[in-house]
Design a binder for this molecule. Structure first.
Ligand code: SF4
Ligand code: SF4
Length: 317
């Protein structure tokens, strides 16, 4: 019953700020949020994938085990955590996933986002045994998986009693298919969301914006500020929210990681020290004590959800 209420709130909440905050409070309380990428490896080759275009999997080859990461979390944080793993790098290809699921404490909350390419039989026991509260979001990537197979896998997990939802990135060449896809998930009774395609070197046309505005109420895609003068912001990234990658490097936020490391974002000329916070394995990581004042576009949904970003009217020229 409570889970159904939470999923309803999630759906309403994505359109209404008050309900969204209520949903977040109910789900996560005052947890520290770790946006966690344990692997950059993916078995799909989506044409819109920044992770693949930059080939992060070549740069960050070394991975750590599930228990090793849980020890790191215990060492640095004495509060319950919200740990989210997104499909930028496929988390179920990470070799430590089962160990992680089987050993994580029930104090923590886990959000998994996956391309659903993996064998359900291989992971179902670990997912059902996981003591932490978790949701699994199937990220539907039409260039990598057939929609029927994708839905069949999610329905199987749903029938096993797991909390599932799904979503799609509104990649411009696929926009015309989105209304049908949204209807299909509605019929299947799988909560479904549409996210805008974020790429600093491409933007939606006016017509495309109008189409996806019907599906993305909470974050209109034309305020990404990539091609306009960004506004000045303050945020709590680095205090209650961090972006942590497979080699133990910590950045304040996902956007900051891209600004520092991605050639696609190099026109913003960010300096590493603006976003880099040290490494959890060599002991150089320290939590920030003050709010950040940021002059860059705040472009990633995950950051906006959790870093408590406040936009000011002051525009950086
Ligand atoms: S599934 Fe995600 S990580 Fe994999 S190629 Fe597609 S967008 Fe990239
Ligand atoms: S405002 Fe956004 S991009 Fe800037 S530091 Fe905060 S979370 Fe990162």
């Amino acid at each position: 019953m409570l889970n159904k209420l939470k999923i309803k709130l999630f759906n309403f909440g994505s359109r209404n700020k008050i309900l969204k905050n209520l949903y977040k409070k109910m789900m996560w309380g005052d947890r520290i949020h770790i946006n966690f990428t344990p692997t950059f490896v993916c078995n799909f080759n989506c044409p819109y994938c920044i992770v693949n275009q930059v080939q992060y999997y070549k740069k960050y080859k070394k991975e750590h085990g599930g228990k090793e990461w849980l020890n790191v979390f215990d060492k640095y944080f004495d509060k319950p955590l919200l740990i989210s793993m997104s499909s930028a790098g496929e988390p179920f290809l990470w070799k430590g996933m089962k160990e992680f699921l089987l050993n994580i404490s029930n104090l923590h909350y886990v959000q998994l986002s996956s391309n659903m390419s993996w064998d359900i039989d291989e992971f179902i026991d670990a997912l059902k045994s996981c003591r932490a509260n978790f949701t699994l979001k199937g990220s539907y990537h039409p260039y990598g998986i057939d929609i029927d197979i994708f839905i069949e896998k999610l329905k199987r997990l749903q029938n096993e009693g797991l909390k599932i939802m799904a979503g799609i990135v509104a990649y411009p060449p696929k926009l015309s298919e989105i209304p049908e896809i949204v209807e299909r998930f509605k019929r299947e009774k799988i909560p479904f969301g549409v996210e805008s395609y974020i790429n600093p070197n491409s933007k939606y046309t006016k017509e495309q914006n109008e189409i996806i505005r019907k599906y993305i109420k909470n974050r209109p895609p034309d305020i990404m500020e990539f091609d306009q003068n960004p506004s000045l912001k303050t945020c709590k990234a680095g205090q209650f929210y961090i972006f942590l990658i497979s080699n133990g490097d910590v950045y304040t936020c996902a956007a900051g990681f891209y600004y520092v490391t991605s050639p696609l974002h190099k026109k913003f000329r960010a300096k590493k020290e603006e976003f880099y916070m040290g490494n959890v394995f060599d002991g150089t990581f320290k939590v920030k004590e003050k709010d950040i004042i940021c002059k860059y576009p705040c472009s990633e949904y995950c950051d906006l959800e959790h870093a408590q970003v406040k936009f000011s009217n002051k525009v950086i020229s």
